[in-house]
Design a binder for this molecule. Structure first.
Ligand code: NDP
Length: 449
């Protein structure tokens, strides 16, 4: 990490390295936040005296457990699952579950750590947590997915509750998985506790616009960043990495706001369609048929598929990384700039490496970090909890309007805070400081927790 930390913050970071060996993504996420907190400690020295940062860097509780399950042939498999309950100063732990073979404690801790600040930015009463497993859902039958989810929940249920810890989806966990997890929770506890999970189906307690929320929210955030520069998305060319939940609905909202989306991807390759991505086709391939993105060219013959292609080399005005962490490095960032890109917003969590972020910031383009730009997902999860608590169900239009207001508010808070702390236009500083101050004030008010 080449940016030097403030002299009060460096020892805290060294301690994080020492106490959490090998957890590189977690180290990266902590460093990125600490880089921006120097001026905050000057203004609020009591936060240093009270060791608020050291406390925030240590999860309140970490749960690691075995998940045994049987495949369709009767063979037994053992996976490992995690739930990191990071911070509950603002409300119950809230954050998704990720199923992906790359999952280990360091990934879940980086996601949980970011979640604390993101959730604080929404101004809604939710703490930060995250969970997941190294289980790979790819190629598994529905029955296998169900058995895995049931086995996982047989342990996890005891740690959850609508006032305690409320999971949701993330990579590899969509409505199907949430259904199986929620069903097992209901069975074991004998409670129809809708508010214990978000991202549920519309027929069983879900919120309209939750599926769309992260992607839509990211594009609302881009629109605000562009507005601050007297520009708009209308007529802009856009590329979106991934073709999962976040990517699909980022593409949809970008198109609705007049952008032309010409490329998307999955972990095997990229699609470039200069006539504009056919989103209906992508939805069918990914949401219904659960196939590889390569299938797109079977019906759109003029489109190009490049196996292992680099999407960041496709010229665009706006780039939205919506797949996974560290998917866009310094070289990719320079390629984007060279081809005229002027705005980047993170639909995924930590998709840009520290070097890529520096390249964007040095060039002065609009860069929105995930903590702020993808907070629309968790914000709408909190709206789902509100509807569950009041046994209510809002319309799509009303929920989307609330989402948009929340994203505008997050943008404006980040923008103003960055200004106040001497870093105008720096949304990383704005997001980190706004989120940090909100959590810190609550922690100070609640005594030594
Ligand atoms: P999905 O599982 O629905 O989609 C993930 C997409 O990213 C897929 O296209 C997948 O391709 C691709 N991808 C995943 N891992 C890799 C990898 N290692 N290399 C290349 N491509 C990869 O997940 P989501 O859309 O829900 O999540 C995407 C990102 O957004 C994550 O960073 C997540 O943490 C973040 N996020 C999600 C929220 C939500 O509400 N869902 C909320 C806030 C942030 P393939 O299918 O080939 O694996």
């Amino acid at each position: 990490m080449s940016v030097r930390l403030d002299e009060k913050l460096e020892p805290i970071y060294q301690d994080v390295l020492r106490r959490n060996p090998g957890e590189n993504e977690f180290h990266q996420a902590v460093h990125e936040v600490l880089e921006t907190l120097g001026p905050v400690l000057v203004k609020y020295p009591e936060l240093a005296d009270q060791k608020i940062i050291q406390r925030i860097c240590e999860p309140e509780r970490q749960i690691i457990f075995r998940v045994p399950w049987q495949d369709d042939k009767g063979e037994i498999h053992i996976n490992r699952a995690f739930r990191v309950e990071f911070n509950s100063a603002l409300g119950p732990y809230k954050g998704g579950m990720r199923f992906h073979p790359s999952v280990y404690l360091g990934i879940i801790k980086f996601l949980g750590f970011e979640q604390i600040f993101k959730n604080a930015l929404t101004d809604l009463p939710i703490g930060g947590g995250k969970g997941g497993s190294d289980f790979d859902p790819k190629g598994k039958s529905d029955d296998e997915i169900m058995r895995f989810c049931q086995s996982l929940m047989t342990e996890l249920y005891r740690h959850l509750g609508e006032y305690t810890d409320v999971p949701a989806g993330d990579i590899g966990v969509g409505q199907r998985e949430i259904g199986y997890l929620f069903g097992q929770y209901k069975r074991i506890t004998n409670r129809y506790e809708s508010g214990v999970f978000t991202g549920k189906g519309l027929d069983w307690g879900g919120s309209r616009a939750r599926k769309e929320a992260t992607g839509y929210g990211t594009v609302f955030f881009v629109q605000e960043m562009l507005k601050a520069r007297k520009e708009s998305l209308d007529g802009k060319t856009c590329i979106v990495s991934g073709s999962g939940n976040v990517a699909i609905y980022a593409m949809e909202k970008a198109m609705q706001l007049g952008a032309k989306v010409i490329a998307c991807s999955d972990s095997t390759g990229i699609i470039v369609d200069e006539k504009g991505i056919d989103l209906k086709l992508v939805k069918r391939i990914k949401e219904v048929e659960r196939r590889r993105i390569k299938a797109y060219t079977e019906e759109r013959k003029h489109a190009k598929y490049v196996e292992d292609g680099n999407i960041w080399e496709v010229p665009c005005d706006v780039a939205l990384p919506c797949a996974t962490q560290n998917e866009l490095n310094g070289k990719d960032a320079r390629a984007l700039l060279k081809n005229g890109c002027t705005a980047v917003a993170e639909g995924a969590n930590m998709p840009c490496t520290p070097e890529a972020i520096r390249v964007f910031q040095d060039a002065g383009i609009a860069y929105g970090p995930g903590k702020a730009a993808n907070a629309g997902g968790v914000a709408t999860s909190a709206l789902e909890m509100q509807q569950n608590a009041s046994r209510d169900s809002w319309t799509f239009a009303y929920t989307e309007k609330r989402l948009e207001e929340i994203m505008v508010n997050i943008h404006n808070n980040c923008y103003e805070t960055a200004d106040e702390f001497g870093a105008p236009g720096n949304y990383v500083a704005g997001a980190n400081i706004t989120g940090f101050l909100k959590v810190s004030k609550a922690m100070m008010a609640l005594g030594l927790i």
